[in-house]
Design a protein around this ligand. Structure first.
Ligand SMILES: *Cc1c(COP(=O)(O)O)cnc(C)c1O
Length: 400
């Protein structure tokens, strides 16, 4: 596994992207997390406990499934890694359980994070409940009103949801609020980032915690099919489910890797969240990456039908892999995403998250253009959270 060992470098750079641009009061805390990860996080005790949790609590390994009905209709072979069957319904718990375990090994008693739509907050609150830790989730008041079921879940799981009432009252302010709260508590709390984004060491750490998805998939696929897939794909918001999947195949020269990002409802700034297609290098939340920005270089407003994908930045490693030409990045519109959502539900009996539906839409398109090809995608999560929104706004897919 040569690639993963070489990236990032010791300062947390993937080529020109990554790094850690922190206010001075946070620097020692991120260095503490980095050192803890490099020592405790690689100890036999840590790895054995994580293995136990994955098997007995999360229900891993999740299956790889051959979507036989969809494949017949498309004319290509489409396989799915079923992260929707991971406990709590998405891949996010993979890194949240590991971050919480690291916190425990560091002697911390509390987890702090921000959340946008609430998915990261729910996964982290789940991990906190398992370990008997306190959990503090900062969330904008606008998001609290929009995502009521996730707020209820977090509270049931025992988390303290802190409403953020300044500025735009959404994700950006939630990040600021969570950092402010973390600084005076850093001796007893761990700040837990929810994707392969943020300052070093998080992009590296979260990728490595998610790599279980790719390693399992490679082994399962070989066992099922006898050879590797031609194409591997995953949706990209911050990029954690995609990096986890890619980690299993990145040294396989004959496997093409594909990231799928939201083209949303149009090509103008504000109508999409297609960072790789329309972005340029910039800085957000303490690291360098491809960024959708306005004329002053500030993060731009973004849109996607999938709230887990509407981030103006992207993981530094994806930014690097795009520059190196090691991964292809494709855009899929809201409309194509909805078609895929209805199709997978009615053809295979699997209701996918709108985020994951982007990967399904890409696989359908690629399969139609390349008959007979073999495609493996990461089905990052289940769509229960999306069914009310989809059916109230778009019906039951009767126009397909
Ligand atoms: C949060 C989320 C994503 C996007 O996050 P990544 O870090 O890009 O993986 C994708 N799918 C689901 C189901 C999610 O909850």
């Amino acid at each position: 596994m040569s690639y993963l060992k070489n990236f990032p470098n010791q300062e947390g750079y993937f080529g020109e992207f990554g790094g850690a641009f922190l206010p001075p009061e946070l620097e020692p805390h991120f260095e503490e997390i980095n050192q803890a990860y490099l020592t405790l996080g690689r100890s036999a005790d840590f790895l054995n406990e994580l293995k136990y949790i994955r098997k007995h609590y999360q229900g891993r390994p999740t299956p790889v499934y051959y979507a036989h009905n969809l494949s017949r209709e498309i004319g290509a072979h489409i396989y799915m890694k079923r992260e929707d069957l991971n406990h709590s319904g998405a891949h996010k718990l993979n890194h949240c359980m590991a971050e919480a375990l690291l916190a425990k090994h560091m002697g911390k008693t509390k987890l702090i994070a921000e959340t946008g739509a609430g998915q990261h907050g729910v996964a982290l609150a789940t991990a906190a409940a398992y370990f008997g830790m306190e959990c503090e989730i900062h969330m904008g008041e606008i998001d609290i009103a929009k995502e009521a079921p996730n707020v209820t879940r977090m509270k049931l799981l025992g988390a303290n949801v802190v409403p953020v009432s300044f500025g735009g009252r959404s994700l950006k302010e939630a990040v600021d609020s969570a950092f402010q709260s973390y600084v005076p508590q850093a001796d007893t709390a761990l700040f837990a980032i929810g994707s392969v984004v943020g300052p070093h060491p998080f992009p590296m750490m979260v990728r490595n915690f998610q790599s279980v998805v790719g390693y399992e998939s490679r082994e399962q696929f070989l066992e099922m099919v006898g050879e590797l897939p031609d194409q591997v794909g995953a949706c990209v918001g911050g990029g954690s489910n995609a990096m986890g999947m890619f980690a299993g195949f990145i040294d396989d020269e004959n496997v093409t890797l594909n990231g799928v990002e939201p083209l949303g409802k149009g090509t103008k700034l504000g109508e999409h969240s297609a960072t790789m297609t329309y972005g340029k290098p910039g800085m957000i939340h303490g690291f360098k990456c491809m960024l959708l920005s306005d004329e002053e270089g500030n993060p731009a407003p973004v849109h996607s039908i999938a709230s887990g994908l509407d981030y103006p930045g992207v993981g530094p490693e994806h930014s690097h892999l795009k520059m190196e030409g090691k991964v292809n990045y494709h855009g899929v519109t809201d409309k194509e995403t909805l078609d895929a959502f209805y199709k997978l539900s009615s053809k295979e009996g699997i209701i996918p998250a709108l985020e994951s539906s982007h990967a399904v839409a890409w696989a359908m398109k690629h399969g139609q253009e390349n008959p007979g090809s073999t495609i493996l995608i990461n089905l990052s999560g289940r769509g229960d959270k999306d069914i009310d929104y989809v059916t109230e706004n778009f019906g039951f897919g009767e126009n397909l």
